[in-house]
Write a protein that binds this ligand. Structure first.
Ligand code: ADP
Ligand code: MG
Length: 241
C-alpha cells in the first residue's frame, strides 16, 4: 500500500519506508561517544546485531521506527543506545524539569530488565533513570520522580498514568519528553494497555520521536502504530507475524 519503498533485504532484514538510512555494521562507524564505545567493549559486544545495525542509524536520523524482531535479537540496545545521544543533545536546553526520554514496557520484569541493561551506559554518561511500575507503593515512585534529575523514565503504562494523575499532575511532567519507546508493544497490546499508552502519548509533545519495538506485529497493532508514529520506517528481522 501507498508510498512504501523497499530499499534492501540484507541479512534477513527487510526494511520498508522512505529515505531509509543505510545500515551500519560496526560500532566505530556509528559515531557513538567514547563512553558508549568503552561500555560496549567492556561488555564484549563486538558488533551490532542485525536489528541494531539498521535501527540505530535510523533512529539517530530522527525517524520514527517500527522494529520487529524475535526475543533475544538485541532490541534493548537498538533503542537504548540512541537514548544516550538524544538526552545529551537535549539536556542543556532550558532548565525545565522532567525526563527527556520515556520507555514504556508492559511489565515490571521487563522495565527492570531494560533499566538494568542500560545502566552501564547511563552511568558512563552521568545520566539518571527512574524506573516505575505497579506492585510497589506509589509514594516511593513519587519521591523518586519529585527528587528530579532523572533524564530517562522507564515505566509501565498503568503506573505512568497513576503518576501523571497524582497531586493534580504536579508530580510527573512529560513536557520535556522528546523520545518515546514502546517496547514489547505486542504484549502491551495483548495485556489491554492500548488506552493507557495512547493517553500517555497524548501528554507528550506531538513532535516527539516515537519508536515501537515488538517480537511480533499483528495486524491489529497497525492502527495503534498509525496513531502514534509519523512516517515510520519498518524494520523486520525474520519476517512479519
Ligand atoms: P530482545 O529485547 O530483542 O529480546 P535483548 O535486548 O534483551 O533482546 O538482548 C538479548 C541479549 O543479547 C542480552 O543479554 C544483551 O545484553 C545481548 N546483546 C545485545 N546486543 C548485543 C551485541 N551487539 N552483541 C552481543 N550481545 C548483545
Ligand atoms: Mg526486549
Amino acid at each position: 500500500e501507498e508510498l512504501l519503498d523497499l530499499r534492501h533485504e540484507l541479512d534477513g532484514i527487510k526494511v520498508r519506508g522512505l529515505d531509509v538510512p543505510k545500515p551500519v555494521v560496526t560500532w566505530p562507524q556509528m559515531s557513538l561517544s567514547m563512553s558508549t564505545l568503552n561500555v560496549l567493549r567492556n561488555l564484549g559486544y563486538d558488533k551490532p546485531t542485525p536489528i541494531q545495525s539498521q535501527a540505530i542509524p535510523t533512529i539517530e536520523a530522527g525517524r520514527d521506527v517500527i522494529s520487529v524482531a524475535k526475543t533475544g535479537s538485541g532490541k534493548t540496545l537498538a533503542f537504548g543506545i540512541p537514548v544516550l545521544r538524544h538526552i545529551l543533545d537535549q539536556r542543556e536546553l532550558g532548565s525545565a524539569d522532567g525526563p527527556i526520554a520515556l520507555i514504556m514496557a508492559p511489565t515490571r520484569e521487563l522495565a527492570v530488565q531494560i533499566q538494568r541493561e542500560l545502566k552501564p551506559f547511563l552511568k558512563a554518561h552521568q545520566l539518571k533513570a527512574a524506573c516505575c511500575y505497579g506492585g510497589v507503593p506509589i509514594k516511593d515512585n513519587i519521591a523518586d520522580v519529585k527528587r528530579g534529575g532523572n533524564h530517562l523514565m522507564v515505566a509501565t503504562p498503568g503506573r505512568l498514568i497513576d503518576l501523571m494523575a497524582s497531586n493534580s499532575g504536579r508530580v510527573l511532567n512529560l513536557k520535556r519528553v522528546t523520545y518515546v519507546v514502546l517496547d514489547e508493544a505486542d504484549r502491551m497490546f495483548d495485556m489491554g494497555f492500548e488506552p493507557q499508552v495512547m493517553k500517555v502519548l497524548q501528554s507528550v509533545r506531538p513532535d516527539r520521536q516515537t519508536v515501537l519495538f515488538s517480537a511480533t506485529f499483528p495486524q491489529k497493532m497497525e492502527s495503534l502504530a498509525k496513531k502514534a508514529l509519523v512516517k515510520p520506517i519498518e524494520i523486520l528481522v525474520g519476517g512479519r507475524s
